[in-house]
Each structure stands twice: as structure tokens, then as C-alpha cells.
Design a binder for this molecule. Structure first.
Ligand SMILES: [Zn+2]
Length: 173
């Protein structure tokens, strides 16, 4: 049975499989599934991640085949990794949103959804709103905002024909 815990990378509410010796297997909505060694966890306690590092590392983990192993060496590499650009974040968010949707489907999103934060390497609801409205709707025109913004950060979008062209071209190659 999975036990409740806090994700040692991002702090989100997560679950873990029964512990096995010197590592823990975490299921985090933001980071996905990964295995973290006890020594890597101890390193994190001694030198906590900055909010920018958390967003970047959670985003990297989210995009990896599961379960990725995070040991001390991997943690060091991840800390030195450059932060994704706004364009890269917007594209990754778009791919996540588009998964499992069909042409013309209304997609309801919650800007507080940790899965979206992870996919986009984002660290706040404001950042998700920026990527949705300013990038994916405004700049790239891959999404249309159906203007149904509600309390709690819920809103509906559809993927535009331009968005489908991009998705279907990348799926074909
Ligand atoms: Zn996490």
C-alpha cells in the first residue's frame, strides 16, 4: 500500500511505496514517479533547493521515463542544469494539456494543478496563467481561451487549428 508523504524535491503532497533499504520510491503529482536515495535526501536537507531549482528539477523529472533514480550525483547534475526558457515551458505545458484530447474538445484546467506545474517547470499559478494566456493563446495562438475563468483558477480552453497542426506534425515525425 502507498503511504502519504511530502515529495522531498518539491514538497507537494505525494505518496510512497513501502521503503526498501537505502531509497524511497515517490509518486508525486508534480515530479512524477521517481526513486530517491537516502543520501540524496540527506544532501537536500543540508542544502535545500531554491524555488527556481525546484521548478526546474520537478519539470525535468516529470518529463523522464519512470521511475528515474535521483542519487547524489544526479542531484548535482540537476542543480547545474539551466532553467528552461519561457518558450520551452509553454511547449511542454501544451503537450501535457493536449494529451488525450480530441478535436474541438473543451479542456478544463486548474492553474493550481501540480501536474501542470511539473510539466511546465513552473513554480506558481501566476506562471501557469502567463504561459497559458500570454504564450499559448497570445503569442503562439495554439490555444483559445473560452473565458470561463472561475474562482479557484479553473478555466476552459480549446486547441486551435494552428495548435492541432503543430501537434499532428510532431506526432507524425
Ligand atoms: Zn514533487
Amino acid at each position: 500500500m502507498a503511504e502519504k508523504t511530502r515529495c522531498p524535491i518539491c514538497g507537494a503532497e505525494a505518496s510512497e511505496d513501502p521503503p526498501t533499504g537505502d531509497s524511497r520510491r515517490i509518486h508525486c503529482p508534480r515530479c512524477g514517479r521517481y526513486v530517491i536515495s537516502r543520501t540524496a535526501e540527506a544532501t537536500l536537507l543540508g542544502a535545500p533547493l531554491s524555488p527556481v531549482e525546484v521548478s526546474s528539477i520537478a519539470g525535468w523529472l516529470h518529463g523522464q521515463p519512470e521511475p528515474t533514480v535521483v542519487d547524489v550525483a544526479r542531484l548535482g547534475e540537476l542543480r547545474r542544469r539551466p532553467t528552461p526558457t519561457a518558450q520551452e515551458k509553454a511547449r511542454a505545458l501544451f503537450q501535457e494539456i493536449a494529451r488525450g484530447t480530441t478535436h474541438g474538445q473543451w479542456i478544463e484546467l486548474n492553474v493550481n494543478d501540480q501536474r501542470l506545474w511539473g510539466a511546465a517547470s513552473a513554480g506558481s499559478a501566476e506562471e501557469i496563467i502567463f504561459l497559458l494566456k500570454n504564450y499559448l493563446v497570445g503569442r503562439l495562438k495554439w490555444l483559445e481561451d473560452l473565458d470561463t475563468w472561475a474562482l479557484g483558477g479553473f478555466a476552459r480552453f480549446i486547441i486551435t487549428p494552428e495548435g492541432w497542426d503543430v501537434l499532428e506534425e510532431t506526432r507524425r515525425t
